[in-house]
Design a protein around this ligand. Structure first.
Ligand code: HEM
Length: 538
């Protein structure tokens, strides 16, 4: 809402919301009483102690004392922007979701982030970037909570606290760049070899993007789309930036972090303000929804694997333009709550064990981060669809519900919320096969290959990108204190590519140990290396 109007007496007028808008020609307390002075506390005499009786002093200081909310447990550092998504109509045959219809416009809010740094950390850290999009559709809100890399470190969500504890600053000094923090990260990824694929993306130039505007985005997991006739396909979501994919080199990242730690958020806000609105095309790789959910020997439920675009091209289904900066960082970028549970009719999850765990974690963490269960009422999180839920009360409830208690079936207040008038569509959890054995802690053997796609990625890089990647491993492993961790990681690099292991061992001044396993035999995948690639539509 715009600034409140002000009456001739200086009183802010309009709706209760506008009256709270911190406008008008005089200050008041939070309960609306006019104040004469906010610069001096009430004292017993000019030089005496401050009086507990000073309500305005206590209110002002106490509210300030509680201004901060906990930062996100991961992805704490971020920048957001508003925009619009326009469907091309090309996905209308595979999903009933209305936002994919031709020329349908849907408002969006996007938050880009780093994963490991705290809220005040520098933008150009070597890290994965979050790329989370909230689509405010009129059928409910859909959140596509992705990253700028197409794979993840772990296959099962139960490992998430382990990888994050290993990667975050060490508990004693809380210094991210302390030797001990490198030891814990490299200890984890060298022992937990499914992390090798994501890690090589981090060590490549992808780990230090030039700009949020020049990053790809990936939904990573395989999702299920449901068409109007009930037929289903499996898809992987891709965002392709109009400006192509660009990175900085390590020396530029170091210098930039020193000179302008806000480089990425400034770049995004400046570009939008100048009218250079960043754009991405949303595309899908489409797979048949077979019972085994495999494609060309790749388990589609394994989030450490990609499907090369040479095998299954990305089909464009819509375009997103970011065209408006937030007007209040806290109210929008900080209070936004993304959640992979936010699905709409036509889009559903699969059994990917990483995605399944995420369905619990976001909802759970936001109860702490946003102070109770009512964060959907915060302006940035409010659905643009009509809401008629059965939720009541709780911390920070702002709705004033009327009528009888919300329970169903209910013969007292008449309405049946399960009716879907005017052909509107309900969300249906799509029936999917469940394996015969009920209790299993082990993952399927189809999740076992940890190295071949890391090699596929390495071999798709240009010579100079390979050099940067080897230099990044050398720099990072050079910070490790424990020799056996370096050697273990070198054995893993040997299983990815002997030339990579040799280059890093030379950089570290160590001999090359035997590889962890014989390097896989894979064809290079040119489409993986997209640096400088132009937008598919141009
Ligand atoms: C936050 C992506 C896996 C737990 C985020 C954010 C992104 C993201 C982009 C920041 C959202 C924002 O800007 O507010 C991903 C991706 C994953 C993944 C792409 C894997 C494919 C996981 C897993 C867990 C997890 C496995 C836990 C089991 C969290 C939590 C937050 C978060 C707790 C903070 C949410 C908040 O405070 O609002 N994730 N994540 N993530 N993620 Fe993930």
């Amino acid at each position: 809402s715009g600034p409140a109007t002000v009456s001739p007496t200086g009183q802010a007028t309009g709706t209760p919301q506008e009256k709270m808008a911190q406008a008008g020609s005089f200050l008041t307390t939070a309960h609306g009483a006019r104040l004469k002075d906010s610069d001096h506390s009430l004292r017993a005499g000019e030089r005496g102690p401050t009086l507990l009786q000073d309500h305005h002093f206590r209110e002002k200081i106490s509210h300030f004392d509680h201004e901060r909310i906990p930062e996100r447990v991961v992805h704490a550092r971020g920048a957001g922007a508003h925009g619009v998504f326009r469907g091309y109509g090309t996905a209308a045959r595979i999903s009933q979701a209305g936002l994919f219809a031709k020329d349908q416009e849907t408002e969006v809010f996007v938050r880009f982030s780093t994963v490991l740094g705290s809220r005040g950390s520098a933008d150009l850290a070597r890290d994965t970037r979050g790329f989370a999009t909230k689509f405010y559709t009129d059928e409910g809100t859909w959140d596509l909570v992705g990253n700028n890399m197409p794979v993840f470190f772990i296959q099962d969500a139960i490992k998430f606290p382990d990888i994050i504890h290993a990667g975050k600053p060490h508990p004693d000094r809380e210094i991210p760049q302390a030797q001990s923090a490198h030891d814990t990260f490299w200890d984890f990824v060298s022992l937990h070899t499914e992390a090798q694929h994501h890690t090589i993306w981090n060590m490549s130039d992808r780990g230090i993007p030039r700009s949020f505007r020049m990053m790809e985005g990936f939904g990573i997991h395989t999702f299920r789309l449901i068409a109007a006739d009930g037929s289903t396909v499996l898809v992987k979501f891709h965002w392709k930036p109009r400006l192509g994919v660009h990175s900085v080199i390590w020396e530029e990242a170091l210098a930039t972090n020193g000179a302008d730690p806000d480089f990425h958020r400034r770049d995004l806000a400046d570009a939008i303000e100048a009218g250079a609105h960043p754009e991405w095309e949303l595309g899908v790789q489409v797979f048949e929804d077979t019972e085994d959910q495999m494609f060309a020997g790749i388990d589609l439920l394994d989030p450490t694997k990609i499907v090369p675009e040479e095998l299954v091209p990305v089909e464009p289904i819509g375009r997103m333009t970011l065209n408006r900066n937030p007007s209040n960082f806290f109210a929008e970028t900080e209070q936004v709550a993304f959640n992979p549970n936010n699905l709409i009719p036509g889009i559903d999850v699969t059994n990917d064990p990483l995605l399944q765990g995420r369905l619990f974690s976001y909802l759970d963490t936001q109860i702490t981060r946003l102070g109770g269960p009512n964060w959907n009422q915060l302006p940035i999180n409010r659905p643009h669809a009509e809401v008629n839920d059965m939720l009541r009360d709780g911390m920070h409830q702002t709705a004033v519900h009327s009528g009888v208690a919300p329970y169903r079936p209910n013969s007292l207040d008449g309405g049946n919320p399960f009716e879907t008038p005017d052909g509107s569509r309900p969300f249906i959890d799509h029936p999917a096969p469940v394996p015969a054995s009920v209790k299993e802690r082990a993952l399927a053997a189809t999740f076992d290959d940890h190295f071949s796609q890391a090699r596929l990625f390495y071999r798709s890089l240009t010579e100079v990108e390979r050099e940067h990647t080897a230099q990044a491993y050398t720099f990072e492993l050079g910070k490790c204190f424990e020799q056996n961790i370096r050697e273990r990681q070198l054995r893993n690099l040997g299983a990815i590519d002997p030339a990579l292991a040799q280059a890093v061992a030379d950089g570290l001044g160590l001999p090359v140990p035997e590889p962890a396993e014989a390097p896989a035999d894979v064809e290079p995948s040119p489409a993986l290396s997209q640096l400088g690639r132009t937008w598919p539509l141009d």
